[in-house]
Design a protein around this ligand. Sequence first.
Ligand code: FAD
Length: 493
Amino acid sequence: MEQPKVKVVIAGGGTAGWVAAAALAKQLGPLLDITLVESDQIGTIGVGEATIPTQRTFHTMIGLDERAFMRATQATFKLGIAFENWAREGDRYVHSFGTIGKSPWMTHFFSVWAEARARGLGKDLGAYCLELRAAEESKMYTDEKGGLNYAFHLDATAYAKLLRTLSEGAGVARVEGKIDRVEQNAESGDLTALVLEGGERVEGDLFLDCTGFRGLLIEETLKTGYDDWRHWLPMDRAIAVQTSATEPPVPYTRSIAHDAGWRWRIPLQKRVGNGIVYCSSFLKDEAAEARLLGAVTGERLTEPRPIRFVTGRRRKAWNKNCVTLGLSSGFIEPLESTSIHLIQIAVTRLIKLFPFSGDASALRTRFNEMAAVEMERIRDFIILHYRATERDDSPFWRHCRNMEIPGSLAERIALFEESGYAYQGPEDLFQVDSWVQVMLGQRLVPGGHHRMAGMMTDEQLAGALSGIERSVERALGQLPSHEDFIARYCPAQ
Ligand code: FAD
């Protein structure tokens, strides 16, 4: 017997809304009746232009062709992030998406490298990572056989538009209008309909709150509550501005620390996304804007856009029959470009745990537990950048280096400082190599390392490392420049 379709109503058409629409339509389309409501009057946040490599898996899942996506969003490749001035003014390190060392050893490559360095052998860790070297040399290549591990820099507005076209083509209905109120079942509290300003009602079985920071459904209606993380992640404001490109795009994001936060620089094919992120207790808005505008190059294409946020997490990602995605579910802060990933992973999880019938309380519990731990692990990784600093030049950095941190992060730092051991737990998004790159980049000093490589002679150790280095350099020598490769692979329309 044919089952009735589940009516899914998506409130909001920013990146979160259209990512959800495209994925649900692609994976569960015939089982669902999907409507997305968005308001042109309110608009979207308009930032969110750097991603991590998981986005490629998501695109495969929704059947989005990479070249078409890159052309439509004037995307460039991203091989990592260059952190400038973070541990000390004048410092620079790259957190790349690559694997470092490709070691056949039982212990992590890091311990082999640490043993070599202790004996005065080998080079900086980056010499053993192709992605890192390619970022530094502004090179890039990919084909169907694989190769480098990469993500993208993209135009967020164009991305939402592209996903909208894909979603509407797959049967998603779009309603333009401002949601005036949300109706609930008097007994269960479940949401029943969105009522638009013109009086139109959009009824549903399952509601996705993608309305951005305000959380119209999950907070304003369901009063779910929010865990405020500003005591760990003190950033609370940003200003974004777009400028024309004045040089070929590099395949990495720049994150440049200043005395009360940091600035980003995200190179697209024809323009650059710039922004300043800061803590309002330590920097005034006018000063932040002046600092941002003083640092950008090229012609200004947009007016500076101020954004306020509270770092933290919605207490339940799924409450009653409402699932929150995107900024309405919480915000860690953009330092490691994880928000779009969190949207994509949440909608993937929703597809797996989809509430097709009756009571969904067990599905809901599972969903919420997974969402909570996943966000906490990313939170810890971001806090690491602020806490592990030697900067002492401003009240902001003195605050960061002395602030309390979650026990889960304190344990990781202690483990690394004691033994040089870093790990990727089952719920961790970031791999061992990411933790090691950032821990070392932030000048954490391991007090020791696993001594397995200690059984090797100097000659063996030096030979092993130079073998890896040579293979990285050989591969690097064959890569085209990032600029040339984009011109060939995916020039913007
Ligand atoms: P929004 O874009 O705010 O969309 C909300 C939608 O809801 C809009 O369509 C709006 O019209 C609609 N809406 C709201 N109220 C109503 C109503 N009453 N009626 C009808 N419609 C309504 N993420 C990354 O992955 N990488 C980054 O580099 C990155 N950088 C960031 C930098 C900053 C400073 C900030 C603040 C965020 C950044 N993010 C980044 C996060 C990223 O921007 C968001 O995760 C992403 O854009 C999703 O936003 P959203 O769709 O949840 O919200």
